[in-house]
Design a protein around this ligand. Sequence first.
Ligand code: TRP
Ligand code: SF4
Length: 329
Amino acid sequence: MAHAKDRVLSGMRPTGKVHLGNYLGALENWVRLQESHDCFFFVANWHALTDSTDTSEVPANTVEMMADWLGAGLDPNRSTLFIQSLVPEHAELHLLFSMTTPVGWLERVPTYKERIEQLGIASPSYGLLGYPLLQAADILMYKPRWVPVGADQVPHIELTREVARRFNNAFRSVFPEPDAMLTEIPKVPGTDGRKMSKSYDNALYLSDTPETVTAKVKPMVTDPARKRRADPGNPDVCPVFDLHRIFTPGPDREACATGCRTAGIGCLDCKDVLLRHLLPALEPIRERRQAFAEKPAAIVETLREGSRRARTVAQRTMDDVRTAVGITP
Ligand code: TRP
Ligand code: SF4
């Protein structure tokens, strides 16, 4: 008999269009995992409420993000793609975990303090404190073996394991402990040289046309010491070269590095070489995501169907959980 595939689960908040950093950091890996794993990927739209209670853009952002997921190659026939709020069992599990989890565990999660300090939040909500506990419910509901996430999320996975252990000890063993699956994530700089981020306005989006990508790359920040064409540069401190490392094959990339160090080529020449490799890598994704984006009703139907599937799994878990908790006569 064929061996059952290990399950993986991950999610993203619906912040809108997916940029190259999100793609290389997560989505590309998710697409690959479909070959070898039983995959669950979801839109964390309740978690979006911890950013802002202005929800006016959440539905459209969900559809845009899903167009990118599908365009990148997530396949709803192979993966279960769903929306958190369409599986309300997550909320019930979050509530039960809130009874077994010490407040101190949540106050110690680094992302909590960081968010409060960075955004200058005077009076943090109960939901913000509970953010990683809701995440634990999202994960444990599906009893996955692996949770593919970035390094910043590792404390949340550690907490998830502790939450599982604590629940299992308090009631009975319902939840296996999942592991974070860390993938080698390349450094993806934005056009200003800082980390690519929607909030820095420095991102290349999967939905950007070749013209837009070209217009963003041409003025991109380079080695700041290379002021004039005759100055030699250092590819190791140049954000354009970080993109070469991802997209440009060896020989062309080496030629750019040498040309840079010897002032044999200018930065615009170097960027032209990058565009020659970057644009063809992005174009098929953009074409596919555009085709999906033109049919938003089909995207919504795909998510509803996936959410029904997710819900049957969630209902089975909650049957066990309710029995374990044992409060209903
Ligand atoms: N906290 C994750 C992020 O900001 C999103 C998320 C919510 C998530 N629930 C999850 C990721 C469950 C993995 C598993 O990226
Ligand atoms: Fe960067 Fe290329 Fe200019 Fe060198 S030549 S500084 S690697 S853009």
